[in-house]
Write a protein that binds this ligand. Structure first.
Ligand SMILES: [Zn+2]
Length: 258
């Protein structure tokens, strides 16, 4: 795509992503006296599995990995994507496997029917991979939500995670959870400890999202030392680190899919 078109597309995306919060209408309380921090990984690059999961486990914590089956084993110039075996390994080690669509297309680009088919396909992929628990939480590819497909998502998932760069506090829309991105440059990623300080001072639910965890990350990931710094800072500040599914239990959201 020519540069100028890419710029226009990126501005449109950003506008859409801003406007989309106006559709966040459902409300569930974040009832917690303790600060909760969740680390999530999208797509998922294999380094999030090999490095990211191990860092969480070192602190006896687990994360949520949003898998898009269509990316399985793909080798890109700057990253490789997780295999089906890798997904099963994460699951067996106690991490949560969430859904990130199969095709990794923007959800608004698909008809409701095509979207439902895509979700079924990802569910079948995960089942074939040996993940015996059906995914109950979803993350939007590119954080691009769409009000049109909201009903499809509500019927299938307890939550949907977008971006939004904010802490979930007070009452939130479970199908429009906000999250803070761990991305480059590394200084920026290291500075995200301020979000942990914020949630530690005024308890709520801070969700981070990122991609690859490696010495030379893409713009959308970070180095292992940086992830570890964030995890250990959360522990130091007495945050509880939980995958999405366990945070929901903590808030008593069992009925969130009603
Ligand atoms: Zn993605």
């Amino acid at each position: 795509m020519p540069d100028i078109l890419e710029k226009v597309a990126s501005i449109t995306d950003r506008l859409n992503n801003k406007l989309i919060w106006k559709f966040a209408r459902a409300r569930r309380p974040i009832a917690t006296d303790r600060p909760i921090v969740t680390f999530t990984f999208d797509d998922v690059p294999d380094t999030a599995w090999t490095h990211g999961a191990a860092i969480l486990e070192k602190y006896d914590a687990r994360g949520t990995f949003y898998i898009a089956g269509g990316l399985e084993g793909r080798v890109e110039p700057d990253r490789s994507l997780i295999s089906a075996d890798g997904c099963r390994d994460l699951f067996l080690r106690g991490h949560e496997i969430g859904c990130h669509t199969f095709s990794h297309r923007k959800v608004g680009s698909l008809s409701n029917r095509a979207f439902a088919g895509d979700l079924d396909r990802n569910g079948a992929f995960l089942m074939d991979a040996g993940i015996s628990r059906r995914p109950t939480n979803f993350a939007f590819p590119y954080n691009a939500a769409s009000p049109r497909i909201r009903q499809v998502l509500r019927q299938r998932y307890a939550t949907c995670r977008a971006g939004g760069e904010a802490i979930n506090r007070d009452a939130v829309d479970p199908w429009m959870l906000k999250a803070v991105e761990i991305r480059q440059p590394e200084d920026h990623a290291l500075g995200l400890t301020r979000w942990i300080d914020d949630v530690a001072t005024n308890p709520g639910w801070l969700i981070f999202f990122t991609h690859d965890i490696t010495a030379a990350p893409t713009p959308y990931g970070c180095q292992p030392e940086t992830l570890e710094r964030l995890v250990s800072h959360a522990i130091d500040r007495r945050c509880e680190i939980l995958p999405v599914c366990e945070a929901l239990n903590r808030f008593g959201w069992k009925e969130a899919r009603s």
